[in-house]
Design a protein around this ligand. Structure first.
Ligand SMILES: Nc1ncnc2c1ncn2[C@@H]1O[C@H](COP(=O)(O)OP(=O)(O)OP(=O)(O)O)[C@@H](O)[C@H]1O
Ligand SMILES: [Mg+2]
Length: 266
């Protein structure tokens, strides 16, 4: 296993990231010291209590936010602004309501000043992959929340970035739709061979999706522990009935217990 991993390339390396925000009461330290690495093709999940700095961390990696200290390298090159090779999916689908589904998927192509027509086939393939082919000429308001989030996944994949950052993308969905979306996401990940860095509050979701879980402390964020999840793939709904799955979730709950208790008390 070790040997296999060392042969894979490091896609992204974070070293000692520190970030504070300024406020009227003075600086707020959001991230104290975070370092980790993501290898090409990995599915890494970040879990941590509310307000600990998860969204801040993703925005820093996406190049949307400055940081105070540390370094981030994508394929060995320092990141200092938005990078085309990274796509981001936010908690809310944030679709353009006046554009049809297919035109929403193609909107990053327009934004980047590229030729939409060259990407139309790719966009249609992605809609097919996410079971949305029949909805390409509909408007976002005609879709359910889960469908809208699938459109935003297609939109982030259309220009083919290597790394997809997902910030609690299924947080607003009901439990059943969320489970379905988790399975669909794993299918997309497997077929598109992307690297995914996924943020969630949910320990069961983290254990179900991840190759590796990075558990953050309460704010200011530090890494509490990294846990490799060696459950078989492809994962299915029945994965959740396995003892091994329970062992991982139990370990993560134990690890996070202190953090969540602080959260409840505050
Ligand atoms: N623009 C900002 N200005 C000042 N403080 C901010 C700003 N954005 C975030 N913060 C603070 O930084 C801390 C981390 O915020 P962040 O949004 O990264 O947390 P999070 O882990 O994503 O939370 P949640 O799980 O609720 O989404 C919080 O205490 C928040 O209040
Ligand atoms: Mg957040």
């Amino acid at each position: 296993m070790e040997e296999q991993n060392s042969r894979r390339d490091k896609l992204i390396i974070l070293r000692n990231i520190q970030k504070s925000y300024s406020s009227r009461e003075g600086p707020i330290l959001a991230i104290e010291d975070v370092s980790f690495e993501v290898e090409e093709g990995d599915f890494v999940v970040i879990v941590g209590p509310s307000g600990c700095g998860k969204s801040t961390l993703l925005k820093i990696i996406a190049g949307l936010l400055d940081y105070d200290k540390g370094s981030i390298k994508l394929r060995g090159k320092e990141i200092s602004g938005p990078v085309r090779d990274i796509g981001m999916i936010f908690q809310e689908p944030a679709l353009l309501r006046w554009k049809t589904v297919i035109n929403n998927v193609l909107s990053p192509i327009e934004l980047m000043g590229m030729n939409k027509e060259e990407y139309r086939q790719k966009a249609e393939e992605l809609l097919q992959l996410t079971n949305l082919a029949g909805f390409k000429n509909k408007y976002p308001s005609e879709l359910s929340g889960g469908m809208q989030q699938r459109v935003s996944i297609c939109r982030s994949l259309v220009y083919d970035p290597s790394l997809i950052l997902m910030d609690e993308p299924f947080g607003a969905l009901d439990a059943m739709t969320r489970e379905k979306m988790n399975i669909e996401l794993l299918d997309i990940w497997r077929e598109s061979r992307k690297t995914i860095l996924f943020v969630t509050h949910s320990i069961p979701e983290a254990a179900f999706l991840a190759d590796r879980v990075v558990a953050l402390s309460d704010r200011p964020a530090r890494i509490n522990e990294e846990i490799a999840v060696d459950l078989d793939r492809p994962r299915k709904l029945t994965t959740k009935t396995e003892n091994e799955y329970d062992e991982y979730t139990e370990r993560l709950y134990q690890l996070m217990r202190g953090e969540f208790e602080t959260e409840v008390a505050s």
